[in-house]
Design a protein around this ligand. Structure first.
Ligand SMILES: Nc1nc2c(ncn2[C@@H]2O[C@H](COP(=O)(O)OP(=O)(O)OP(=O)(O)O)[C@@H](O)[C@H]2O)c(=O)[nH]1
Ligand SMILES: [Mg+2]
Length: 214
């Protein structure tokens, strides 16, 4: 980070306050019709089932059970909207690439997710979560392609870095850098996080706050 990108104490305080303030469940949408009207900037958490989307929302907001999490993939079955202060919505999506449901149901989920991602005027950024232990997989490449086509800007967030050594983390970042080549809508930086230890959360909070309503 260059000197002119170092956040000021005032900006740090704004970020801290935003995430320490209220965060409330707004709506859960299982169909496109049930998606609430677009009224605040939105950041959507996207990624494979079990990658840690709901856990990350809980860790960012400091509320252990705001979003339902589970060891079993497929915990989040609808698009859940959480309002952070009056500044933005954090949007928890069902995971893609969950194999244990019927093909029809999987299609329906993908349809719902991508209808939302393509058609949302207030969507400011997608946080594309990738499990640092697994790296970018086929379903992630597919999601990146769809986001590129829809011109939705996204940033890759590696999750669960607490499970890796420093060398393995570096390898995961390099693998993602390579995977991002040629993806026009991808944000160049890769954020490394752990919802367990809190590593990397400050960077992610600053990223979100910069896109939220002042
Ligand atoms: N070690 C470790 N485990 C994590 C971390 N984040 C999430 N997990 C675990 O990963 C599992 C899945 O977490 P969820 O947050 O439910 O994942 P999700 O992406 O919301 O999953 P779906 O809703 O099924 O798409 C849970 O058992 C979490 O405890 C992390 O930072 N470190
Ligand atoms: Mg979830």
């Amino acid at each position: 980070m260059s000197d002119d990108q170092v956040p000021s104490a005032r900006e740090n305080e704004r970020v801290r306050k935003l995430f320490a303030g209220p965060c409330d469940f707004v709506a859960g949408a299982a169909t496109v019709d049930a998606i609430p009207p677009p009224n605040l900037p939105e950041m959507a958490f996207v990624g494979r089932s079990n990658v840690g989307k709901s856990s990350l929302i809980n860790a960012l907001t400091g509320r252990g059970s705001l979003a339902r999490t589970s060891n079993t993939p497929g915990a989040t079955k609808q698009i859940n909207f959480f309002r952070l202060g009056n500044a933005c919505n954090l949007v928890d999506l069902p995971g893609y690439g969950y194999a244990r449901i019927s093909k029809d149901a999987a299609e329906q989920w993908r349809g719902l997710i991508f209808d939302y991602l393509r058609g949302r005027p207030t969507l400011r950024r997608v946080l594309l979560l990738i499990d640092a232990r697994r790296g970018a997989m086929e379903a992630d490449h597919e999601a990146m392609k769809q986001l590129d086509q829809a011109a939705v800007s996204y940033v890759v967030v590696l999750t669960k870095i607490d499970t890796l050594s420093a060398a393995e983390r570096e390898e995961a970042v390099q693998q993602c850098r390579t995977a991002l080549r040629g993806h026009v809508a991808a944000y160049p930086d890769i954020l490394s996080t752990s919802s367990e230890t809190g590593q990397g959360l400050d960077m992610l909070k600053a990223h979100i706050a910069a896109l939220a309503r002042p």
